[in-house]
Design a binder for this molecule. Structure first.
Ligand code: SF4
Length: 429
């Protein structure tokens, strides 16, 4: 059977899509064009992301005229009809059922039942279900990219007023400790030099081992002991998850747990943060960043910021710019607020005009680029481990691109001293 997997959205989706591809390959299926089955792993974080998901579905139908198109992921979970109404060849399936559905369709050409999305039992449980474990499990048989994600957690117990992801993915649940550690060991043995611990709210990770409570920091420690040659990176972590314990552990690891954290800010206005139902003020966030850099002086901090949240005034936006400068972010992902049906913010009457959102996004992106260059400049003369990616570019510990040329093969890790920053913002060595 020939299959294609189209991935859209966040790092967690990327991991899940890779796992689906790996499992189908293990069943003897071949990835390629003119597929029998196309899987589309969708995202619902913005209206634009949903548009892309529908576009990808239409494209898959067009380019694979006899394929069954299985649509899964957050957008499909929230609005299944939006996809099934496109064409009778489209089916919406829960992520944990994708492989079984694909095999059923591809091998026998039979129809699939429409399947429920993530089982309710999984949404309400504090651990990943058997099915979810299957989609998070070992992918070491796969042809690897050089940096690989390990999904340690899914779901979120928060309820930010702009967000539908916590509805799509359900309550927070953590993956079993041994399963995470085993996967890390297999990745290290397969030659992976950087693993990115990922989830929707990984600061919320909690599990048990030998009757001992295990949090994110403990898990990192266990993985480091079991797979000492592999560098670890923590993906996006909410402010509440950035504990002193975690920071001291990162400080003690000499760069093998990257001194880089992605801590979503969302707004630099405490007024807007309260309306977003974020559990901190702008002052709390700035104080956290200060503490992070006291404990880990070279920490690179990247963030997500939404512009144009309903009711956001010029003054609110000015505060966001001010907080961004104060935090000296190494990278800012700027999102224009986009209404998500079913969220409290979507029904507000004080929506911000598109033109204003566009201007704010432009201004903040420009500041983000200036801050990124400043962060890079401040690192000239420093030495960091770099993992080579492709086309002569590597990824530094601090999450900057580095020109490594042909000096090391993709996937290998080597320490370089930065000699300068090229115009494109990439380090020279
Ligand atoms: S922390 Fe907020 S934005 Fe992130 S997934 Fe949870 S509810 Fe959504």
């Amino acid at each position: 059977m020939k299959f294609l997997v189209v991935n859209l959205g966040c790092k967690v989706n990327r991991i899940e899509s890779d796992t689906i591809s790996a499992e189908l390959s293990e069943h003897g299926c071949v990835e390629g064009d003119d597929a029998d089955v196309v899987v589309i792993n969708t995202c619902t974080v913005t209206g634009e992301a949903e548009k892309k998901a529908r576009k990808a579905t239409r494209r898959a139908l067009r380019e694979n005229p006899s394929a069954r198109v299985l649509v899964t992921g957050c957008a499909a979970s929230i609005n299944p009809d939006e996809f099934t109404s496109i064409d009778p060849r489209v089916r919406v399936v829960g992520k944990s059922s994708v492989v079984a559905s694909a095999l059923r369709n591809g091998s026998q050409g039979t129809d699939v039942q429409e399947l429920a999305t993530t089982p309710r039992s999984a949404r309400n449980s504090s651990t990943l279900s058997e099915e979810e474990l299957a989609t998070a499990k070992d992918r070491s048989a796969q042809g690897y990219r050089t940096r690989v994600g390990i999904k340690i957690q899914d779901g979120c117990n928060n309820a930010c007023t702009f967000c539908i992801v916590h509805v799509a993915r359900g309550k927070a649940r953590s993956r079993d400790v041994d399963s995470c550690v085993d996967e890390a060991v297999r990745l290290e043995q397969a030659g992976v030099r950087e693993a990115v611990l990922s989830g929707i709210d990984i600061g919320n990770y909690h599990s048990q081992k030998d009757a001992r409570d295990i949090d994110l920091c403990d898990l990192l420690q266990l993985i480091r002991e079991a797979a000492p040659r592999m560098r670890l990176r923590i993906s996006s972590c909410e402010p509440a998850g950035v504990t002193d314990k975690l920071l001291h552990f990162i400080a003690s690891e000499d760069g093998m747990v990257c001194r880089h954290l992605h801590i979503p800010l969302q707004s630099g206005s405490s007024r807007v943060l309260a309306q977003m139902n974020r559990p901190y003020t702008a002052q709390d966030y700035v104080a956290l960043v200060r503490k992070v850099r006291e404990i880990v002086p070279k920490m690179s901090i990247s963030t997500d910021i939404i512009v144009g949240f309903p009711g956001e005034t010029d003054e609110d936006f000015a505060q966001t710019m001010e907080v961004a400068r104060a935090c000296q972010f190494s990278k800012i992902h700027v999102f224009r607020y986009s209404k998500r049906k079913g969220t409290p913010a979507a029904v507000r009457t004080d929506q911000i005009p598109d033109k204003v959102k566009a201007q704010r996004a432009h201004d903040l992106s420009k500041l983000g680029w200036i801050l990124r260059l400043e962060d890079a400049q401040a690192r000239i003369g420093d030495s960091e481990r770099v993992v080579a990616l492709e086309n002569g570019i590597g990824m530094s510990e601090s999450y900057h691109d580095v020109h490594v040329g042909n000096d090391i093969l993709p996937g290998k890790m080597k320490t370089y001293t930065f000699t300068g920053v090229a115009k494109d913002g990439i380090f020279t060595v």
